[in-house]
Design a protein around this ligand. Structure first.
Ligand SMILES: [Zn+2]
Length: 334
């Protein structure tokens, strides 16, 4: 990996900055106390769990003055008890890159997560080109898991220049990751569209993966997934408006596969639910066991529209409880 990076005259740091809205790596030093011993202490009882949030680069300085406060303050303001941070821990990176030169190492960042006593929960990423075998990925994921990581994603494949990876969702390199996640019992959260985790209308690649990896729980997200809510889907990009017709692949996969879930985050998620309000409300009720509230906010900023919509939605309390927090608790075992 490093050889490849150097041959392209991209430094390790530049690589990590371009990689994603997150980054870090594996350090095999001290094993922290079991995460399950700290989780559930001091979790305030609030309306939402956000299953889809990013750290961004603005929070990052260095380990001495690093703070999650902007995210925690945002959670308090919006009634969010726990937040899943996607992609802060990455491999082959060993640190989370900040906007400035200062960075925080993976292990330091994982300790900071532990200090939040379960209010902030990290997912991780392993780059699709980092390893040639499932076994190698499993080794990395097991070490991450020991230090508090609870899932894999956001799996939004990018190449080493940081451009969209154009990797079919059922590419062999992706399958290695799914197989590893099966072994360590991590759910996989995807960014499905026409240029990252790639599928086509009808979501045939997603369906093949659901069948082949029936013991992995997959969480659909982004335009490719949400545009597939309608049977007359045209493209797995953009934000189509108007009536939803029957036969949408996303609906069918949620219906037919016990390992298919989806998060309601981002403009794509909100658009899918609101483009045809009658359908959207019925869909939330029909799949109230499979859908999870999420925002795709970055560093405790943005996505006010999600709260505006879901705080005012007219649904029975027991359905809201599942969508807003209980499904996520169950799926992530938190
Ligand atoms: Zn995201």
């Amino acid at each position: 990996m490093n050889t490849k990076i150097n041959s392209n005259k991209i430094t390790r740091r530049e690589f990590s900055l371009r990689l994603a809205k997150g980054g870090a790596g594996l350090v095999a030093a001290t094993v922290l106390p079991s995460f399950s011993t700290v989780i559930k202490n001091n979790i305030p009882s609030k309306n939402f769990i956000d299953v889809h949030h990013h750290l961004g680069s603005d929070l990052m300085t260095n380990s001495a003055n690093f703070s999650f406060d902007p995210v925690l303050n945002w959670m308090d303001k919006h009634g969010v008890s726990q937040t899943v941070l996607l992609s802060p821990i990455q491999y082959p990176e060993t640190y989370y890159p900040g906007r400035n030169k200062n960075v925080i190492s993976n292990d330091e960042l994982l300790e900071k997560f532990q200090e939040t006593n379960g209010r902030l929960l990290p997912f991780c990423l392993v780059h699709y080109d980092a390893f040639k075998s499932t076994k190698e990925i499993v080794k990395v994921l097991k070490q991450f898991k020991k230090k508090g990581v609870i899932g894999f994603g956001e799996l939004k494949p990018r190449d080493k220049q940081g451009n969209s990876g154009n990797i079919p969702l059922d590419d062999p390199r992706m399958k290695r990751i799914y197989a590893a996640c099966a072994e360590v019992d991590f759910p996989v959260l995807f960014h499905i569209d026409n240029k990252h985790a790639v599928d086509v209308p009808g979501l045939p690649a997603m369906e093949r993966v659901l069948k082949e990896f029936s013991d992995v729980n997959f969480i659909g997200h982004a335009n490719g997934w949400w545009n597939s809510i309608t049977g007359d889907v045209k493209e797995l990009k953009g934000y189509p408006k108007g009536k939803v017709s029957s036969g949408g692949a996303a609906v069918r996969l949620l219906e037919n596969y016990s390992n298919m879930y989806a998060d309601l985050s981002a403009n794509s998620g909100l658009n899918a639910i609101t483009r045809d309000p009658e359908f959207g409300k019925k869909f939330l009720a029909d799949y109230s066991e499979k859908l999870m509230f999420g925002t795709d906010a970055i560093g405790g900023a943005g996505r006010e529209s999600h709260f505006d919509f879901y705080n005012n939605i007219d649904l029975p309390e027991e359905i809201k409880a599942k969508l807003f927090r209980d499904n996520t608790r169950k799926l992530l075992k938190i």
